[in-house]
Ligand binder design. Structure first.
Ligand SMILES: [Fe+2]
Length: 306
């Protein structure tokens, strides 16, 4: 008898045309993956570098809390192992960052993104055949019933996949300048900080809300703001993230504007003048190239500037 091998589809993109700039629900087949079960995640957490693991008391965290300081301000007073072993009662949140630095999880992140890469590249305006999903990363969130992830933006494009439990995700469109102003964008991209990323309850009505159960996911375009509340059971989620030449261009244009504004100039906002954007981007690329060349110069390496 002939055996037909079928490959598992990890992420099922929306049936209608995938739009790289549009928030969208997705389905995934990762819920039963052995690497995403609690015992394996505990092993991973304990072998990961400590600076890639954050955990804190999650159920008391207000959505206005800065994600950059939440772990210090909301310590749960427990060890990482105890927190994860008692997740159902720990009232806590565990974050495993950059799991692709672990070879086993890198293979998983690559396998998931390899499947969807051709379609994303083909359907992203500004990308062409041969472009790749770059700087691929994986992030795992394990949380107790009721735990909250405060309002924030991430620096990547994100497929958030709910592996276990339920989660309510409130997401905004980063292109909405009432939600993400030019000034906030410049601080977020230019200074790589959430200092200007502040939750405003009056904008809640603009959020799109996803009720994720195991097997559900959300495609979150580049840097869309969001906050998350867990349901009434332990939750495990995986985010697979990446960058592209298009998102790098957006980030770098804001970096240029941030630098210019700090020097007292009033740069044109990103996106209003394609010609000015092109000029600024070309200057940024030349500057980066010059810096690289200088670093590669053996004379440079022998000076005090290294
Ligand atoms: Fe996030």
């Amino acid at each position: 008898m002939k055996t037909v091998m079928t490959q598992q589809t990890w992420i099922q993109l929306p049936e209608k045309r995938f739009e790289s700039e549009e928030l969208a629900p997705v389905q995934h087949g990762l819920s039963n993956h052995p690497l995403l079960q609690m015992d394996e995640l505990l092993n991973l957490a304990l072998r990961m570098p400590a600076d890639q693991v954050r955990f804190y008391s999650g159920s008391q965290v207000p959505i206005t809390q800065s994600l950059e300081t939440v772990a210090e301000r909301f310590s749960n007073g427990m060890t990482l192992a105890d927190t994860m072993k008692h997740m159902d009662t720990a009232g806590s949140y565990v974050f495993l960052g950059q799991v692709q630095t672990d070879p086993v999880y890198k293979a998983l992140v690559d396998e998931v993104l390899d499947q969807i890469e051709p379609m994303i590249i083909a359907q992203t305006p500004g990308l062409k055949k041969g472009n790749r999903l770059e700087r691929r990363e994986g992030w795992i969130f394990i949380s107790s019933p009721g735990a909250v992830t405060p309002y924030h933006r991430d620096h990547e494009t994100n497929f958030l996949c709910q592996v276990r439990g339920k989660k309510t995700v409130h997401v905004w469109d980063a292109r909405d300048r009432e939600v993400c102003s030019e000034s906030e964008n410049e601080t977020f991209h230019g200074a790589h900080t959430l200092k200007a990323t502040i939750y405003r309850p009056e904008l809640e009505a603009k959020a799109r809300i996803f009720e994720l159960r195991a097997g559900d996911g959300a495609y979150m375009p580049y840097t869309n703001p969001h906050w998350v509340k867990n349901g009434d059971e332990v939750s495990i989620s995986l985010s697979v993230t990446y960058h592209t030449a298009v998102t790098d261009r957006i980030r770098n244009l804001y970096r240029v504007n941030h630098t210019l504004r700090n020097k007292g100039y009033q740069p044109e906002v990103v996106g209003r003048s394609p010609m000015l954007d092109a000029l600024k981007y070309a200057s940024y690329e030349s500057f980066k190239r010059a810096k690289r060349l200088l670093k590669d110069d053996p004379h440079y390496r022998t000076t005090a500037y290294t």
